[in-house]
Design a protein. Structure first.
Length: 399
């Protein structure tokens, strides 16, 4: 049996959005902060009891502990809750043979399978930002649909087309830059459009162009809301344009800042990088005699294997700083970085409590944009978060 969770609201998505928007705005001081920027907890003046609890808490609090603390130390705090209906559906789709998923990583294939089980497209289907077209290939096989896969990397189009021809799948590829409008023609000739984890402007472009082309059915799992050309978030729906909550790029990054699928090695490297970045931040404050955070660009993971000294040399060059320190001094600043990691993680534990609410605010904005354009929309959870934390699915059918 296939189990799907549908988001419910007695007042509809419009009412739920207003309620969520008010709740987020009322608690904005708790999630709209810069965890790296201060050596002090950011709520020391507004919420001293919460800060005292965090300081005395030995480990990093989990979401349940954070919620209990917020209810204890913030008299007016009430958790935001949503209603979900779990529906079990019989597995009516034909399972492909094992060689069908050759060359696709296990977790990614499971996401694709879960997405295909949750949608109801009819021909012709446009697969947006297709890559090699793995999703489109499964949709063509399971839903007996003709699929038109759009992808901007020509090499992936060629590889996907070869695979479709080999398996005699009704799937064709077009080398298209959808951000330049090269997907409009395909949408005008399609009945359905799907996008699994199309990032930022890619999936919002699909929504707007699908509305314009009057595509009858859409299924979108949004991802990476911060990958947009705008410095601040530009709402899609009229409801979000009139909202109290306004989001920055950092807020959009918080909405997707959740690691549940990373391996042990990847998590260890992330912590090493955090130690080095916080250690360098303390060092640059000392060298420049200024108490403000200095952002450093992303770095390759290979750099981390050279130790803290190598990271300091690289970061100093990036920012044009002269940092001639002894080995003993470098060890001292590395230790400061190590100590600050726990401080940052405690700040982020409070911010992270609001992460899913921020993401739902963004998902509701997309669903409401489609509703305003005459679509009947539904928000679902299409797979377990252990497969991917980006497990919201917006399905929309033209009424």
């Amino acid at each position: 049996m296939n189990t799907i969770k549908y988001l419910l609201s007695e007042e509809g998505y419009q009412g739920l959005f207003k309620q969520l928007d008010t709740w987020l705005f009322e608690h904005k001081r708790l999630w709209d902060v810069q965890a790296f920027h201060s050596f002090e907890l950011p709520w020391i003046e507004t919420d001293p009891k919460l800060c005292q609890w965090l300081s005395c808490h030995e480990s990093i609090p989990n979401p349940d502990q954070v919620e209990a603390a917020l209810m204890r130390f913030l008299p007016a705090f009430t958790p935001m809750q949503w209603s979900w209906e779990e529906v079990s559906q019989p597995d009516v789709l034909v399972e492909p043979s094992s060689h069908f998923k050759a060359g696709i990583k296990g977790r990614k294939w499971s996401q694709i399978e879960a997405f295909s089980r949750s949608i109801h497209p009819t021909s012709e289907v446009v697969e947006w930002c297709a890559g090699k077209g793995h999703l489109g290939k499964l949709i063509a096989f399971q839903h007996h649909c003709a699929v038109h896969s759009l992808e901007w990397q020509a090499s992936l189009c060629e590889a996907g087309q070869a695979e479709a021809s080999k398996r005699q799948i009704s799937q064709r590829f077009s080398h298209s830059d959808v951000l330049k409008g090269e997907g409009k023609s395909a949408l005008c000739h399609a009945n359905s459009a799907v996008a699994l984890h199309a990032c930022g402007d890619l999936h919002t472009t699909l929504i707007e162009q699908a509305i314009e082309a009057q595509v009858q059915y859409l299924a979108i799992s949004p991802c990476c809301y911060h990958l947009t050309k705008s410095s601040n978030y530009r709402p899609l729906s009229q409801a979000a344009q009139a909202a109290c909550t306004h989001l920055s790029q950092d807020n959009l990054k918080l909405a997707v800042k959740e690691v549940v699928t990373a391996g042990t090695r990847e998590q260890r490297l992330k912590e090493v990088e955090l130690v080095y970045r916080l250690g360098f931040d303390a060092l640059q404050r000392h060298v420049l005699q200024q108490d403000c955070y200095l952002p450093v660009p992303s770095c390759g993971k290979a750099l981390l294997s050279g130790g803290f000294a190598a990271f300091v040399d690289w970061a100093s060059q990036q920012k044009g700083i002269s940092c001639k320190l002894s080995s003993e001094a470098l060890l001292e600043f590395e230790d400061i970085g190590r100590q600050r990691v726990k401080h940052v993680q405690k700040v982020e534990s409070v911010m992270q409590y609001f992460r899913r609410s921020l993401e739902l605010w963004l998902v509701l904005d997309r669903a409401l944009r489609l509703e305003e354009a005459g679509y009947l929309t539904m928000i679902e959870i299409f797979c377990d978060r252990s497969l991917t934390p980006r497990n919201f699915l917006i399905s929309a059918r033209k009424t």
